[in-house]
Design a protein around this ligand. Structure first.
Ligand code: NAI
Length: 634
């Protein structure tokens, strides 16, 4: 066998190790599955005392199905064949008479988790990389190899649907708590624990009474609740997969083969194809961090305001030691408070929260810069202030350390003039809110040292954001494409179309937030300033000027286009949407993307699509603005 290795132990246990040839991570390609079938054939004749399945990869257990094979599916027949292959194989595994156990260490996703669920026991190894999930929905498909059948039986339908409909992953401890893992052990005892559990004949923990009701007589209550939840986030015409998952679970006990028409519809839908494209785009962005050996341990952030404070917190959350500088301790305090809230939400365990908080060090005198591998400036948007700061920073920095500015609108070429090595300055442009936005633009100024730009990309990757290299032009990519879009939306308001109707038109198009609500969120003053810089001399919209004059600046002032006094935009009902409105609003955005690609601000159309999707939330099911236009022209 090419991918599997079998070790028979004295006890009669056979250990099957998956170590996919030629890859750093395991995926369930056709030949891996075929070989596994042959292993089961062999054991039909000569059953082992127990079968322990594990990975031979450092990276983790199994990352999922083979996405390359999935990308090549071009017909409904091939789609059905793919579902059949995994469904039958894992049913076979689930039915073997000898005990089976999946030893899960590191990632165990999609088809990998479906394999583990088909084993009698699942033992999770408690270490930071261990995560389990069924993320198929994010690719526009469903867990058709038994996940929809077996996960609800293990953890109850509500928790299972939550995992399958959001694609979220859970760690080892949580997996045990939910009943997904039979046990959770530290790495040093995993070998012994796996063998003990495998031969223990321990029965599976039964589902609690209510969960059994929800799996039987009250199934439709759960299904309807889930449909309502999904409807808040995704429209069925844009994202059919989550609705299919609920239907398949409710009506067919998770067996997609019982409803082949659903398989056909999902597998051949443009959404699935486009979301797979988005997945590949994301992988491409991650690749930018890989070309440099640069590795940061210490980060120094200057300016503890909206951006700097949150950038510092994010870096500490991702394991860096961070010093945070501002003019006084009082100015740093609110950032620390927000950081604590972030750590509490993301880390949950008190020890981990404390560790993260210990890594975030207030540093009003700026001593941290001497030790920092990366220094990020996020002070007021003012050239003189930044010049003065850079002059004092540079002599104190370590050689080879990255010096970055988070500026949105100033030219790096103007900022770097005061440096003795101007080529070392790069832009690392985060988006607000930092913790929510996956993209970070890495800005290359004229004359910048390519090694510095690559190191900046590596750093962005290291803190688990997606780096997008862009050239130093006003608005870079993301703000430059948003400006004409928001302008067109406000022009529509000037024409008398209500903000609600404008927003609804774009929500129906598939945007995560309407453009008018976006203006309110960004701040009307900021939108006004950005418009001056990025709208090519066009007059500001009347509706914007009037509101800014009244100091109605949006969410931050409690009133903008909407009333925000409750913390959320108070929206009235949308009117009927004028024909062609969405098209009219999105066209200037796509035109601008095309121009920026033509001007070389971003290297190619694929990267432009990636940047606009991950930087603005542009409807992912379309595959991105350039792809959307191409598809419309076909
Ligand atoms: P802010 O006004 O919230 O915070 C700036 C902080 O810098 C203040 O706490 C101030 O005390 C401090 N500061 C000013 N001069 C300083 C100095 N010489 N030494 C130490 N601290 C100093 O500003 P915000 O919004 O966080 O923006 C910071 C930078 O990030 C700007 O360059 C802006 O263009 C950029 N940016 C802002 C975004 C936003 O949505 N607010 C988004 C992306 C980038």
């Amino acid at each position: 066998m090419k991918h599997w290795q079998l070790n028979k132990e004295e006890s009669g246990i056979v250990v099957a190790i998956l170590d996919k040839a030629g890859e750093s991570a395991n995926s369930l390609s056709a030949d891996v599955m075929t070989e596994f079938g042959e292993i089961l054939d062999q054991f039909d004749k000569q059953p082992p005392k127990g079968l322990l399945i594990r990975s031979g990869k450092e990276a983790g257990f199994i990352a999922g199905a083979d996405i390359q094979e999935f990308s090549q599916l071009d017909s409904a027949e091939k789609g059905r064949a793919l579902v059949t292959r995994g469904w039958n194989l894992f049913n076979r595994l689930a039915a073997v008479p000898y005990p089976t156990l999946a030893l899960v260490r590191g990632h165990c996703l999609g088809g990998g988790l479906e394999l583990a669920l088909a084993c009698r026991y699942l033992l999770a190894v408690d270490e930071p990389g261990t995560k389990m999930g069924l993320p198929e929905v994010m690719l526009g498909i469903f867990p058709g190899w038994g996940g929809m059948l077996r996960l609800p039986k293990r953890v109850g339908p509500a928790a299972a649907l939550d995992m399958m409909l959001t694609g979220k992953t859970i760690d080892a401890k949580r997996a045990k708590k939910m009943g997904l893992a039979d046990d959770c052990v530290p790495p040093r005892v995993m070998e012994m624990a796996a063998r003990q559990l495998l031969l223990s004949a321990q029965p599976r923990r039964p589902l609690p009474f209510m969960q059994r009701l929800f799996s039987g007589p009250l199934k439709s209550v759960v299904a309807n609740g889930a449909r309502k939840q999904v409807a808040k986030k995704a429209r069925p015409e844009h994202y059919p997969a989550p609705y299919a998952i609920i239907d398949l679970w409710e009506k067919h006990d998770g067996n997609a083969l019982a409803a082949p028409e659903i398989i056909d519809r999902i597998i051949t839908s443009p959404t699935a194809r486009n979301l797979v494209r988005v997945y590949h785009l994301q992988e491409r962005l991650k690749g930018f961090g890989k070309s440099s050996d640069f590795k940061a341990k210490r980060v120094h952030v200057i300016g503890a305001g909206v951006m700097g404070g949150d950038i510092a917190a994010w870096c500490a959350l991702r394991g860096m030691t961070v010093t945070l500088q501002d003019q006084t301790l009082e100015r740093i305090a609110p950032a620390l408070k927000r950081a604590h809230a972030l750590f509490t939400k993301r880390l949950r365990e008190p020890l981990k929260i404390r560790d993260a908080f210990d890594r975030l060090i207030p540093d009003p005198t700026g001593d941290g810069v001497a030790h920092a591998d990366v220094t990020i400036e996020a002070i007021f948007e003012n050239v003189e202030a930044k010049h003065a700061l850079f002059k004092s920073l540079e002599p104190r920095m370590k050689p080879g350390a990255v010096l970055a500015s988070n500026t949105s609108s100033l030219k790096l070429e103007d900022l770097c003039t005061v440096l003795s090595k101007p080529e070392r300055l790069v832009g690392i442009h985060f988006f607000n809110p930092v913790a929510m936005m996956p993209l970070v633009e890495v800005v290359e100024a004229d004359g910048a040292d390519p090694a510095a730009v690559q190191a900046a990309c590596a750093f962005v990757k290291q803190i688990e954001k997606l780096p997008l290299p862009v050239k130093s032009e006003p608005g870079f990519l993301v703000n430059a494409v948003l400006a004409p879009y928001m302008l067109a939306a406000m022009r529509a308001v000037d024409e008398g179309i209500s903000p609600e109707t404008v927003d609804e038109a774009m929500l129906a198009f598939g945007m995560p937030m309407g453009p008018i609500e976006l203006v309110d969120t960004v701040g009307l003053d900021i939108a006004m300033a950005a418009g001056k810089q990025l709208a090519g001399g066009a007059d500001a919209p009347r509706c914007l000027i009037e509101r800014v004059e009244k100091n109605h600046l949006g969410k931050k002032s409690g009133q903008g286009f909407y009333d925000w006094s409750s913390g959320k935009a108070a929206k009235g009902a949308a009117g009927s949407i004028p024909a062609g409105l969405a098209d009219r609003l999105v066209t200037p955005l796509i035109d601008r993307v095309e121009k920026l690609v033509a001007d070389g601000v971003v290297a190619d159309p694929e990267l432009a699509d990636a940047g606009v999707i991950f930087g603005t939330g542009f409807a992912p099911f379309t595959g991105g603005p350039m792809h959307f236009r191409q598809a419309a022209e076909k």
